[in-house]
Design a protein around this ligand. Sequence first.
Ligand code: SAH
Length: 627
Amino acid sequence: MQKLLLAEFSPLAFIAATPSGVKTLQPLCEDNSLNIWIPESLREISGTQVYSTPLKNHIANLWETHHAFVFCLATGAVVRLIAPLLQHKSIDPAVVVIDEEGRYVISLCSGHQGGGDRLARLIALQLGATPILTGAANVSGLPPVDLLGMPFGWRRGEGNWTGVSAVVASSGKVHVIQDAGSTLWQNNLPDGHPFEFEESTNVQAQIFITPHTFGHKHCTPTPSPLLPTVTWHPRVLWVGIGCERGTSRLVIETAIQEVFREHQLAEAAIAGIATIDIKADEVGLLELCRERNLPLKTFAGDVLKSVSVPNPSSVVQKEVGTPSVAEAAGLCASLELSHTQEEGKLVVPKQIFRLPGEVGAVTVAVAQAEKEYIGRSGKILLVGIGPGQLSQMTPAAQMAVSGADAVIGYGLYIDLIAPILRPGQIVEALPITQERQRAQRAIELAEWGLNVAVVSSGDCGIYGMAGLVLEELQNKNWDGKTPSIEVLPGITALQAAAARVGTPLMHDFCAISLSDLLTPWEIIEKRLQAAAMADFVTALYNPRSQTRTQQLVIARDIFLKYRDINTPVAVVRSAYREDEQVMITTLEKLLDAPVDMLTTVLIGNQSTRTHGNWIITPRGYLGRGNG
Ligand code: SAH
């Protein structure tokens, strides 16, 4: 199972108690340096490590440090093992149980916040098993309330999470008051979802998505204190800091806390700290950022100077060459991610702060960005989904799609993979003519921090989207690392078509697309000529559209110069899809066959022959030609 996909669960422990249990878990550990924990009695099995204390103690030892546990044990035994260790769903690790034969994957504990449901789905895809998810949100196809903001790096604030989740589970109306952060999560909600975005009657719960703390004074509509309520905090606030040299972390931190309290802002909504470049080595600032895992953005005085701020200071101008540090740096940082916001939004103008008995002074200002800071670097998964049927898509590709935050592709392909899409996933189906937009959108989302799957039919690297995404990245001077890329191959049309008619590709073959939209026709003709002459079995992709009708005629004429009129030809339309059509004909009669843009044409070589409904290209074992 792929490292990349399991990374979010690391460290992860696999535990089996029988040889068949080890066998079931092994495919999950293959690509990883992960070992399976086994009892002393099974010591001989390779790829395992032995626990010598009783399992109960062993699990207790791993409990605090591990994010997830995957047991191949009876559920009852697992329940007894973990019961004394469980504390709260917000901190417990994910616990997944698999039956010995690997038919069922149960998300037992910490399904939402611990990611157990996600892990169970990924494992089930890999094993071809059924995931068993019993959380209420899974029934309705809704994103769980306590996971809603995870893809965007939002932080959970105060609230009655269980109460709001219960209302969602019972289909009660939930009022969503969102004044910051991405609304992409709203785009793919199922019909009949319980969320109300306008004020409405009979509301039973509230979700606030805001940088403010609950009940702050500017909030409209006024929150009802009687309803179960939760708050998500998108990280939109950039704290601009100016300080005297040597100001301690304590002073800076206290200043930020005071400012946030006074303005009813949530510290969880802090995206990062911004200041002038000469403060890049300020110890107190660096300590604060490290401790709180916040980015520190620094800007040159010249940049800060050009920002218009409400409270410029001539004293500051004299000292560091710009009339504003805190306000200007906060504003600069808040504008960095944004493509649309032209002017910064200062939510707290600068405030100067000292702490009695402590050296130094600090100036704090807070700017709000339009787009939240996710705090992760994104990934692009370039996925080939195969010809159509899900069973022809690799488990790795299925996992990549199911695990992604966002899935982008042409509508027909999205429909084909609908059963493996996850509630709450961002799904963007763009029309077939907008390949560049699709690639750019994927890059934009991944640069922001999302994990994006771009799906193509067949193989994504064969007349698919993968190449375009890499080209666009290259145009943007991509460093080759961020966003990271993984390519997941799929069964391409020529393989799918061949499988339906036998073994036409048994010898040297090539693929040629007859579409001259992106390739000059002279080149296509040259390649057809070369393939025909060199006796390659040839797969024709994009053979004929409503307007491009002559290309196939010319291709056939070229092949007829070198091959017999009776050369077997397969015409396969929509292989492995509902309306599949398979026809075996000859080069002579090719033009009578129904050929369109959903068809692949396979032209045999000089030795290819038919036998009943099958096409055979000899490999040569039985001698040359007809053997
Ligand atoms: N990336 C795809 C090819 C995309 S180009 C792949 O690797 O298969 C589109 C062309 O592929 C179509 O015009 C058709 O020639 C072929 N094609 C794609 N899916 C097909 C299918 N299920 N059956 C037959 N041909 C198919």
